[in-house]
Design a binder for this molecule. Structure first.
Ligand code: LCS
Length: 393
């Protein structure tokens, strides 16, 4: 059946799965580093393997390819490149598009290392970056320079939960002759497809919603056209940040339930966000599904659901946040997000500790912000857990 006609959940279940003649219902794990060339002894000319097919797993592998095919289809791209981690995908984008002396404009509230990598490491090669509040597209336009090569947007952003108008950002990037890359990790392809909104590259930390079971670290890039995909692939294989076949197998398994996991978790997130909003010890709640969220209307147009991530400030600030995290029993205190289990964390001391306080505040979150990744547990149990923990604050 032609999968372009299938609905999202059917694509999730069947994407990348092709009969291999054995009758296997799942994609086999091709746990091999190298692939045999068919030489004359096997009835073929020497180096026939170079004319197509697989050569070496860093360059390509059937299990990894199955995942790439599935995610490329979900995102509406021409192809995908799976990477060892989400940062493998981020760094591949930067290393491909940013030449010596070039400049990029990025979302100020990106995942910390996506900013640290360019400001700390690529600056050594003369690359410049301006990170701005991309919720106002004029800030992107004003930050553009003649040598800007990349606009890099994370939407919704981690952890400030800010939403950027992807179509408007694409227009600004293209007017200046540069490309737009979007980190779609928080939404997942189930809720948002940036290529359809004009982006050139989409990337994910598949560690999060796409895999969804907190047992794999991985990343993926999807490109709008073959030329961009080829350039990204050339850099990735030379950086050596390829995904392993066993990783790819696990991610493919997780991907099949992305839809039902996201639907379930976002139902819980909405209920918890509303409950938190009414709690006397909570100063503010950032959940894009709440009408109080500044980009709620934009998110309603650009996404097909509001997702399972939320953040909140406690009236008691940093100390109250620490006490809360010490007191939760069902939610797990850990970095990462997007899994079946609810995780709670404190960005200023954990995921975004590499940024200065000044940069964190400019990125739209204070030291008292708590991030909450809603899993698929019963929402009432999570609320009861927060209730008893907030009583300690
Ligand atoms: N992009 C986003 C939006 C992320 O949240 C992360 C990781 C990455 C990229 C990098 O992916 P990784 O290399 O870890 O697979 N975010 C994390 C977080 O918020 N806590 O721990 C990791």
């Amino acid at each position: 059946m032609k999968s372009a006609k299938l609905g999202m959940n059917s694509k999730l279940v069947h994407g990348g799965h092709h009969p291999d003649g054995s009758g296997a219902v799942t994609v086999p794990i091709y746990q091999t580093s190298t692939f045999q060339f068919k030489n004359a002894a096997h009835g073929a000319s020497l180096f026939a393997g170079e004319e197509g097919g697989y050569i070496y797993t860093r360059l390509g592998n059937p299990t990894v390819h199955a995942l790439e095919e599935a995610v490329a289809e979900l995102e509406g791209g021409v192809g995908a490149i799976a990477t060892a981690s989400g940062m493998g995908a981020v760094s591949t984008v930067y290393m491909t598009l940013l030449d010596e002396g070039s400049h990029m404009v990025g979302t100020a509230s990106v995942y910390g290392p996506s900013r640290v990598f360019v400001e700390k490491h690529l600056s050594r090669f003369g690359v410049e970056a301006t990170f701005v509040d991309t919720t106002n597209v004029d800030n992107i336009r004003n930050a553009m320079r003649p040598h800007t090569k990349l606009v890099y947007v994370e939407s919704p952003s981690n952890p400030a939960m800010q939403v950027t108008d992807i179509a408007a950002a694409a227009q600004v990037a293209h007017e200046h002759g540069c490309l737009l890359a979007v980190d779609n990790t928080f939404a997942s392809p189930y809720l948002q497809q940036p290529l359809a909104l004009g982006a050139d590259i989409v990337l994910h930390s598949v560690t999060k919603f796409i895999n969804g079971h907190a047992d794999v670290v991985g990343g993926i890039l999807v490109a709008r056209d073959k030329e961009i995909l080829g350039r990204l692939h050339d850099v990735m294989i030379n950086l050596g940040s390829n995904m392993d076949p066993h990783q790819a197998y696990l991610v493919l398994r997780g991907l099949r339930t992305l839809g039902i996991r996201v639907e379930r978790a976002q139902q819980g997130a909405e209920k918890i966000a509303r409950w938190l909003e009414a709690h006397p010890k909570v100063a503010s709640v950032r959940y894009i599904g709440l009408s109080s969220h500044p980009q709620h209307d934009l998110a309603s147009r650009q996404m097909s659901g509001f997702g399972a991530m939320l953040a909140f400030e406690l009236k008691g600030g940093l100390d109250a946040g620490r006490t809360l995290m010490d007191s939760v029993r069902l939610a797990t205190l850990a970095v990462s997000l997007g899994g079946v289990e609810t995780l709670i964390e404190h960005p200023a001391s954990m995921t975004h500790a590499g940024m200065s306080r000044e940069d964190r505040e400019a990125a739209g979150f204070s030291d008292g912000l708590v991030r909450y990744s809603v899993g698929i547990e019963d929402a009432d149990d999570l609320i009861a857990d927060l209730d008893q923990a907030l009583a300690e604050v």
